[in-house]
Design a protein around this ligand. Structure first.
Ligand code: BT5
Length: 258
């Protein structure tokens, strides 16, 4: 356990933060806490994850002492529930704004929400909702950020080139200060979810816009085309060589530059 009051450092009320030296996955712990009645803006943090999860059953590697692994618990309002797919872009956008403002970096977003530095992935986001019928009971936003060089998995373990913050800045990156900055930026943008301002801010940071990319669908099917646009609901528009538009939702595809 770190020798400080994490709730106060991160700017959350007492009792809103649970810290683990080692855990399977902070998202799993957050989903359990949500079911047991976690408050709005509760946060689970771990120094190391032994079975960190990516999207679609992929793995996320969090080595001790080198990274941020955290899961934020939210109780979206009815109005926000209409924009649930935009919460993970919101988390990516908020991290970009923190990195720009506090660390003078120039991050980009690989649709829908990976944060890249100089074309390499430094952060992954996994949003998971808990449902009762068709009503969203709560949302968990998991964020993994590579900080120190030790956090970067070897090339053989990643599908896309990986990096860490310390490879791009000489400033000291203190992980709880980074989390506090992310949370502040997240809350600042949250009120704009689904608005044209929000989509524009997200789109302005989109990597590979108007470039040729390949979309790999969950069943392995590939489509090549130009990354034309993103829509208000977060869907991606790809234009193929025959000028046909294809629409993709964030959940079921991978994006690769060509
Ligand atoms: C993601 O999935 O990028 C979402 C990652 C979310 C991780 C956080 S950590 C806190 C919370 N608790 C969890 O259990 N998860 C969340 P996806 O887009 O599917 O990317 C997964 C892929 O990223 C893997 O298949 C690897 O290729 C690559 N990868 C794994 N660990 C990485 C790392 N530390 N840095 C960069 N790439 C990594």
């Amino acid at each position: 356990m770190p020798d400080l009051n994490l709730s106060a450092v991160i700017g959350l009320p007492d009792g809103a933060v649970r810290y683990f030296d080692t855990i399977g996955s902070t998202n799993d712990a957050a989903l359990e806490w949500l079911t047991a009645g976690a408050p709005e803006l509760a946060l689970v943090i771990a120094d190391q994850q032994t079975s960190g999860r990516g999207r679609l059953g992929r793995k996320w590697i969090t080595r001790p002492g080198s990274a941020v692994a955290a899961s934020l618990i939210l109780h979206p309002t009815d109005a926000e529930s209409a924009h649930l797919p935009l919460f993970s872009p919101l988390a990516g956008l908020a991290l970009c704004e923190t990195l720009e403002e506090d660390y003078h970096l120039a991050p980009q977003i690989k649709w829908p929400n990976d944060v890249l530095l100089e074309g390499k992935k430094t952060c992954g986001i996994l949003a998971e909702a808990s449902w009762s019928g068709n009503k969203c009971q709560g949302l968990v936003i998991g964020i993994g950020i590579n900080i120190a060089r030790d956090s970067v998995p070897p090339d053989s373990e990643v599908l896309f080139p990986a990096t860490c913050l310390e490879a791009h800045t000489s400033l000291v990156v203190e992980r709880y200060a980074l989390l506090a900055g992310w949370l502040k930026a997240f809350q600042r943008r949250r009120g704009q979810l689904g608005s044209p301002e929000f989509i524009t801010a997200w789109k302005n940071r989109l990597a590979f816009l108007h470039r040729e990319v390949k979309i790999v669908q969950s069943k392995g099917e590939e489509i090549v085309g130009t990354l034309e646009n993103v829509l208000e609901n977060g869907d991606l528009v790809l234009r193929d060589a025959l000028d046909q538009n294809h629409y993709f939702q964030a959940g079921d595809v991978h994006l690769r530059p060509l």
